[in-house]
Design a protein around this ligand. Structure first.
Ligand code: SF4
Length: 457
């Protein structure tokens, strides 16, 4: 959701005549898009805002803006803790943020002057979201279909900072997808806090209808969606997934816990048995798809038996990836007021769960060895600029040597990499690029595979 919002902010700024840069000291305006889903995200955001005071001191004309969930939650407190922040915009004030950025534009010089063009806007949110405007960012488009959530899980801050469900009209979603495709998007991700609870305000059409309408749009190459709730994962949705080959073969369905008493305390609105029945129906129609999930461990009241049930469910469902976290109390949520488990218990359970998760993901990744996958390029790897990073259809990271000098000359027009997989790791797979294609279902241009010369002395 935050990546989608960052993309939106960057586009509003570009329309107002700014350029997006990736070095904070070059920027006229710094926008920090924050998250507050866990305590460490909040601490990191405050740390980053604190660090930026040095830049602000060196360049008092620079504007420092904070937006996102932390801005919504801490609006008053933030003004006291980090008074060098110039403006704060909540999660439902993106258009006001865009208007303010546009209004400030004239302060930085004429739009067509060379000097003014060097002034810029930055969206430093950390992680992959930093790539809001690089040579490849248009290839993946996030299209928001719904904001907020009305489910009030007892651990979750989202309904408190983003409000209740607010569904976009289906006509607006379809129009935005068409626009993104015209701009060169190869993969569309429909984004919503609980995306499969979507309802078109005008017609009442549900997420299965929306998914199938988007999947049929001309020019669409790949389609995916985040994040689903098990309660709203219906037989109709499964039928659409099975019927449309352009939908990526990956389902992210957060289980959170394998124990019914814990799920009840979390207010998750399903049981393990109901989750299992849905997964069985899904696997029967969508064989070979990757199933991924989220877990929270160390939730208040989670007993050893509850946690053992979570480990058992993790083994049973064979997740291709699971994002696991120790429960983090969020101010204002019911679970934050309950008796807490010790951090040591949480850390120990996380270690044990990660061990089981790793078995599943390594098996999933190892199954690719010897195959060639078609993956959408992300750009040069951030860790090693001599390699290219891409994502396979099941969202697995794939890394391969950059044999054609992509770091010097980006080729987003040939964004599909055919990569022969040679090794599996916890973080993904590595291999060799053997081809590149303009379109997912198009022919590939062969890429010369590097050869190793053995010179015998
Ligand atoms: S369904 Fe998801 S977003 Fe909504 S309250 Fe629960 S965890 Fe939060």
């Amino acid at each position: 959701m935050n990546e989608a919002d960052s993309q939106d902010i960057a586009e509003r700024a570009q329309r107002a005549g700014y350029t997006v840069v990736d070095r904070p000291h070059e920027a006229a305006i710094l926008v920090i898009n924050t998250c507050t889903v866990r305590d460490n995200a909040e601490t990191r955001a405050y740390g980053r805002i604190g660090h930026l005071k040095m830049l602000k001191d060196a360049n008092p004309g620079m504007r420092l803006v904070v937006t996102g969930c932390l801005a919504e939650q801490d609006r008053d407190r933030m003004q006291k803790i980090v008074p060098h922040v110039d403006a704060i915009f909540g999660t439902q004030e993106l258009s006001q943020l865009g208007d303010a950025i546009a209004a400030w534009r004239s302060e930085f010089g004429e739009i067509d002057s060379e000097e003014a063009e060097e002034r810029a806007l930055l969206v430093p949110i950390g992680g992959s979201g930093d790539a809001v405007a690089d040579a490849y960012s248009h290839l993946r488009a996030f299209v928001t279909v719904q904001r907020g959530c009305s489910y009030y899980c007892t651990f979750c801050i989202v309904p408190h900072v983003r409000g209740r469900f607010d569904h976009r009209p289906m006509t607006a979603v379809l129009a935005e997808v068409e626009q993104r495709l015209e701009q060169g998007a190869r993969e569309i991700t429909l984004v919503g806090q609980t995306v499969n609870a979507y309802r078109d305000p005008a017609s009442g059409a549900d997420f299965a209808d929306l998914l199938s309408r988007v999947a049929e749009l001309p020019g669409l190459e790949r389609l995916t969606f985040l994040t689903s709730h098990p309660k709203d994962f219906t037989a109709r949705i499964i039928r659409v997934l099975a019927a449309h080959p352009k939908i990526n073969p990956r389902l992210h369905l957060p289980l959170q816990s394998g124990s019914n008493p814990v799920l009840r305390k979390m207010n998750r609105k399903y049981t393990v048995e109901e989750y299992r029945a849905k997964i069985e129906a899904f696997r029967a129609s969508c064989s070979g798809w990757a199933l991924t999930t989220d877990f929270v461990v160390g939730f208040p009241g989670e007993s050893d038996d509850d946690f053992a049930a979570t480990l058992a469910s993790c083994r049973e469902f064979g997740f291709a990836q699971a994002f696991s976290f120790v429960y983090s109390p969020r101010r204002g949520t019911p679970a934050a007021r309950w008796e807490q488990l010790s951090p040591e218990i949480g850390a120990e359970r996380l270690r044990a769960l990660n061990h089981v998760v790793d078995e599943g993901l390594l098996a999933h990744n190892a199954a690719k060895i010897g195959t060639t996958v078609r993956a959408l390029i992300c750009g040069p790897s951030k860790k090693d600029r001599t390699k290219l990073a891409a994502r396979a259809l099941d969202n697995v990271n794939v890394i391969a040597p950059d044999t054609e000098g992509e770091a010097r000359t980006p080729r987003p027009n040939e964004p599909w990499l055919d990569i022969r997989i040679e090794a599996a790791h916890r973080w993904g797979c590595s291999g060799t690029i053997v081809g590149r294609a303009r379109h997912f279902d198009g022919p590939a241009r062969a890429v010369a595979v590097p050869v190793l010369d053995l010179i015998l002395a």
